[in-house]
Design a protein around this ligand. Structure first.
Ligand SMILES: NC(=O)c1ccc[n+]([C@@H]2O[C@H](COP(=O)([O-])OP(=O)(O)OC[C@H]3O[C@@H](n4cnc5c(N)ncnc54)[C@H](O)[C@@H]3O)[C@@H](O)[C@H]2O)c1
Length: 327
């Protein structure tokens, strides 16, 4: 199979490229480098610089490289920015996906994996979030992911494409230091940045109805996440070969909640810091607890995460310190 991996120069995309090529699949990356880094792409993997909004470029790339499957990760992903710039987010994440699906359908590509997010659930009021928990996104970003899922499933049904919508929970860690997440948008890099500057890590609210009062999330190692893409891609290919297109929507998490306080303590321990966290008021829109049920992906694909939170922090810190030395 030859996969077009959109957003393959991004944090997660580069891990997917690595997992798929190491497993013997061919990959071609399409990325506009708006947040991606070209050096994350391994030697020998072609990089096409451009946007998913460019239909002519998509048609040419799919034809030239004889693409047989697509993994679509390219998107804008900052919740706060999406509130300020909803039109930009809808254009990039929804219109960009529509154009890509048009190109895929026209070229007769039969497999399509889509990066969705736990943001589609919004503020779920359940212990474990299953794929049947109602989707009530709280931000334009989450809305674009939910609308994206609708588009993917509808196009799959109409055009005989096997599709997977993969709802990632909180992604952390790195398979190699040079692939680490260098954006300061998620908890782990945010704490690293504060510690590096000699500041106290911030905890936004300690009065939630959780065991220690801080928000609880489900963290997934990016290497496990990339492995789940490979397993899902192979399942889609098998369905397509059998002439039985199907759609699959699955959570990708570990089914285990870790509180912000526990994460900050563990980060302190692993990085050798002793800085007391500072508790600040809650951020609007932060749900108390979002933890995946990971049962469906285990049943459908036989996939289960292997890495724990300690692995995530250790590998992320190695990436962070390497990046800091280079800048
Ligand atoms: N990081 C997380 O915790 C998380 C959680 C849930 C879902 N996701 C989803 O996973 C995907 C990858 O996220 P990431 O964390 O690697 O982000 P990232 O910003 O590192 O990667 C996104 C990549 O897409 C590229 N890109 C953006 N818009 C594009 C366009 N229109 N055309 C071509 N390339 C474009 C960027 O240059 C970048 O390389 C996104 O779809 C995101 O919504 C991420």
């Amino acid at each position: 199979m030859t996969y077009l991996i959109t957003g393959g120069a991004g944090y997660i995309g580069a891990h997917v490229v690595r997992a798929m090529t190491q497993a013997g699949e061919r990959a071609v990356v399409l990325d506009d480098l708006s947040t991606g880094v070209a050096s994350r792409i391994p030697q020998g993997v072609p990089l096409v610089i451009g946007s998913t909004l460019d239909r002519e470029l998509l048609d040419r790339t799919i034809a030239e490289h004889r693409i047989t499957g697509v993994v679509h990760l390219a998107a804008k992903k900052q919740v706060g920015e999406s509130v300020e710039q909803p039109l930009h987010y809808y254009r990039e994440n929804v219109h960009g996906l529509t154009v890509l699906l048009e190109a895929v359908a026209a070229a007769g590509v039969r497999n399509f994996l889509f990066s969705s997010s736990a943001a589609v659930y919004g503020m779920p009021d359940v212990d474990l979030v299953t794929e049947d928990t109602p989707c009530l996104p709280m931000s334009p970003y989450g809305e674009t992911k939910l609308a994206g899922e609708w588009l993917v499933r509808a196009a799959g049904k109409a055009h005989g494409i096997s599709t997977a919508c993969l709802r990632y929970f909180n992604v952390a860690g790195a398979a190699a230091p040079e692939l680490a997440d260098i954006g300061i948008f998620n908890l782990v890099p945010m704490v690293f940045e504060r510690l590096d500057a000699g500041d106290s890590p911030r905890i936004f609210g300690d009065d939630y109805g959780t065991a220690d009062g801080t928000c609880v999330r489900d963290y997934i190692h990016v290497e496990d996440l990339a492995d789940a893409h490979l397993v899902a891609a192979r399942q889609l290919a098998a369905w397509a070969r059998a002439g039985e297109p199907r759609d699959l929507t699955v959570n990708i998490g570990r089914g285990e909640g870790v509180s912000v306080c526990e994460m900050v303590n563990l980060i302190n321990e692993i990085t050798g810091h002793t800085v007391e966290p500072e508790v600040t008021p809650r951020r609007p829109g932060d749900p108390a607890r979002v933890v995946a049920s990971a049962d469906r992906i285990a049943a459908e694909l036989g996939w289960k995460a292997r890495h724990d939170v300690r692995d995530m922090i250790t590998s992320a810190w190695a990436g962070w310190t390497t990046h800091r030395q280079q800048t």
